[in-house]
Design a protein around this ligand. Structure first.
Ligand code: SF4
Length: 251
């Protein structure tokens, strides 16, 4: 379907809901549209007809960029069973579209041979912390950082020039940790890094604060909550200070 996201002409979401269940996720607003009453992160609906609908839409010539996905992760664990994302990608190998994929899952590596057949592709991994422990705490349903770095290296080795979205680089991450993360990403073979700050969406704030309760990171998070401009300045200065062999920028 047509997308309102800047730079994206179409958005393709093979799933609704997301079992990665990131505490900071602001896509939880989707509950309003899905009619599901369960908490965000606890359900995934499979669009079993997604490939059929895409096939029908591709009967007319299309141009531009299609984002997979915009309000969920296209590589849900259940994708290993259903293969909806893979079916859509196979169709897109015959389309004249630029495909943009963003995921937190190493399952993307299953499709490397298909990704290499796409006429035009950018593939990115979202990695938010150098710490597997923090990743497991805040992104409990997603593969931890070390697994994502392994996927990044595999995509790079396949010549797909993956980029990394460090989003959010939350205020619970210390600057020294952020710099360690940037180095890990460079070492794994990323082509560029894009950093985004924490979105203080009220539901996300509540979930993250709950997860960090009693943790020293919780104090930093509370500081940022009360000093959002200072947090943003810190983030801007941190990114500007990097001297990396690849491009790094801030949203
Ligand atoms: S992977 Fe993305 S869509 Fe899924 S819960 Fe995490 S932030 Fe939200």
């Amino acid at each position: 379907m047509p997308s309102k996201i800047p730079g994206m002409d179409y958005a393709l979401n093979p799933y609704t809901g997301c079992s990665h269940g990131c505490s900071y996720c602001y896509a939880s607003f989707m509950n309003r549209f899905t009619g599901r009453r369960e908490s965000w992160g606890s359900y995934v609906d499979v669009k079993v007809n997604a490939a059929d609908r895409l096939r029908a839409q591709l009967r007319r010539p299309r141009q531009g960029t299609v984002l997979i996905s915009s309000v969920t992760d296209p590589y849900q664990p259940i994708e290993a069973q259903f293969g909806i994302t893979r079916s859509c990608l196979l169709l897109l190998t015959c389309a004249n579209l630029h495909v943009s994929i963003l995921t937190k899952s190493d399952l993307v590596c299953r499709d490397i041979h298909i990704l290499k057949d796409l006429p035009s592709l950018e593939v990115g991994l979202t990695i938010t912390t150098p710490s597997d422990a923090l990743s497991r705490l805040l992104e409990e349903g997603a593969p931890p950082t070390s697994v994502r770095l392994g996927a990044l290296a595999a995509l790079a080795a396949a010549g797909l020039e993956p980029w990394v979205f460090v989003a959010p680089l939350g205020p619970y991450t210390y600057p020294s940790e952020a710099e360690a993360l940037f180095k890990m990403i460079v070492d794994a073979g990323a082509s560029s890094i894009l950093v985004d700050g924490f979105n203080f969406y009220p539901a996300a704030v509540g979930r993250v604060a709950e997860r960090l309760r009693g943790d020293r990171r919780g104090k930093r998070f509370a500081w940022a909550l009360a000093n959002r401009d200072a947090y943003r300045r810190e983030l801007t200065d941190l990114v500007a200070a990097q001297r990396l062999p690849i491009a790094i920028s801030l949203c």
